[in-house]
Design a protein around this ligand. Structure first.
Ligand SMILES: [Zn+2]
Length: 106
């Protein structure tokens, strides 16, 4: 269970996602008013990438920053630990670009 797992985006504050009346302002851009939405996150597990969709979150409509509640952070931790034992809802094809040798498609 000690795989090296790194979130693609910095996670997360403990904004309370259970109270939509709270309507907090985004702490990143300080412009957007957070709205309840579904978030998507991706994690590296060794050489493999795992995507989790449909995560309840507060999302900034201005800059796209996602804020997860404590319950969702714990749930994601559990999923990351269980990763290989969970049945994927779907398999995505992901383009991999080489930063040192980018090629243009014609
Ligand atoms: Zn924002």
């Amino acid at each position: 269970m000690a795989d090296n797992v790194t979130p693609l985006r910095p996670a997360l504050t403990s904004t309370d996602t259970t109270d939509p009346e709270l309507a907090p302002t985004c702490g990143r851009c300080e412009l957007g008013t957070l709205k309840p939405d579904r978030a998507r996150m991706a994690f590296w597990r060794g050489e493999g990438l795992m995507v989790v969709r449909n995560i309840p979150a507060m999302v900034c409509p201005n800059c796209g920053e996602q804020y997860l509640g404590e319950r969702e952070v714990l749930g994601l931790d559990r999923m990351r630990g269980e990763g290989p034992n969970l049945e994927p809802a779907e398999i995505m094809n992901v383009p991999v670009l080489d930063y040192r040798a980018p090629k243009r498609s014609t």
